[in-house]
Design a protein around this ligand. Structure first.
Ligand SMILES: [Ca+2]
Ligand SMILES: [Ca+2]
Length: 86
């Protein structure tokens, strides 16, 4: 497996690990997202309830109160862009 397809596999596995905790298996609730961010983005992630809410509304593009894989990947791409500064 190449590095990039491995990265995609990790992205999917990470999403599924948290999305499977409550409600629908293929979407993240606010609580699931908060847990994902706390564990997977210890640096740059939310540090308060207010920040968690901000992150959630930032990720939930279509405002349907859950974050799907596409919305999650958009965020990861944004995060990658932010950290790619020369
Ligand atoms: Ca879920
Ligand atoms: Ca959504």
């Amino acid at each position: 497996m190449s590095g990039l397809s491995e990265a995609v596999t990790i992205l999917k596995a990470t999403f599924e690990k948290y999305a499977d905790k409550e409600g629908e298996k293929n979407t993240l609730t606010k609580r699931e997202l908060a847990e994902l961010l706390r564990n997977e983005f210890p640096v740059g992630g939310p540090t308060s309830k207010a920040a968690e809410n901000n992150f959630f509304s930032m990720l939930d593009d279509d405002n349907n109160s859950v974050v799907n894989f596409m919305e999650f990947v958009n965020f990861v791409a944004y995060f990658a862009t932010m950290s790619y500064q020369e």
